[in-house]
Write a new protein. Structure first.
Length: 167
């Protein structure tokens, strides 16, 4: 079966919502209330179209997604100094369905996001993730991201670490 990488469409919102719920369920079970654990379709719409989003589809099923915002959204800019700097892109809502992990899908999305950001003249790609999510932080470190400031999103049960890498 082949995977198709394509821009997200408005009609993808229900499927992307189900995808992120599945992808982030383990974090919710561990007490990390990531937005993606239980976000509504309205929130999915806002997050998908706050930048440019891609999905990976296999046999009609959406199995992975990621968004890049250039510049980062105002909401992150209120919390993270890096997000207020020029030529910064922000990776958001990277998700791979648990039954499709280990196939390089997250890496493919990361490379797509990084390439797009670089072509849009971004010099830095940044993200934020839960400080206790060691496996996510290790993945991002393998991709060349390093830890920066610690922030706290209102209503979250954890602190987040801002991670970044030069493009």
């Amino acid at each position: 079966m082949t995977n198709t990488l394509r821009p997200a469409l408005d009609g993808d919102i229900p499927a992307v919502t189900r995808l992120v719920h599945a992808a982030y369920a383990e974090h919710g079970a561990a007490g990390l209330n990531f937005t993606a654990v239980d976000q509504s379709e309205a929130t999915t719409r806002l997050r998908l179209f706050a930048g440019l989003s891609w999905v990976i589809e296999r046999s009609g099923e959406l199995i992975a997604t990621a968004t890049v915002s250039i510049p980062p959204g105002e909401h992150i800019g209120r919390l993270a100094a890096l997000a207020r700097q020029p030529r910064v892109a922000w990776l958001n809502q990277l998700a791979v369905h648990p039954s499709h992990r280990g196939q390089g899908l997250a890496r493919r999305l990361f490379e797509t996001v990084a390439s797009h950001a670089k072509h849009r003249d971004a010099q830095i790609l940044a993200l934020d993730t839960a400080a206790p999510a060691a496996h996510l932080r290790a993945l991002y470190e393998r991709w060349g991201f390093t830890d920066g400031e610690t922030i706290h999103w209102p209503g979250k049960t954890y602190d987040s670490v801002v991670m970044s890498r030069v493009l």
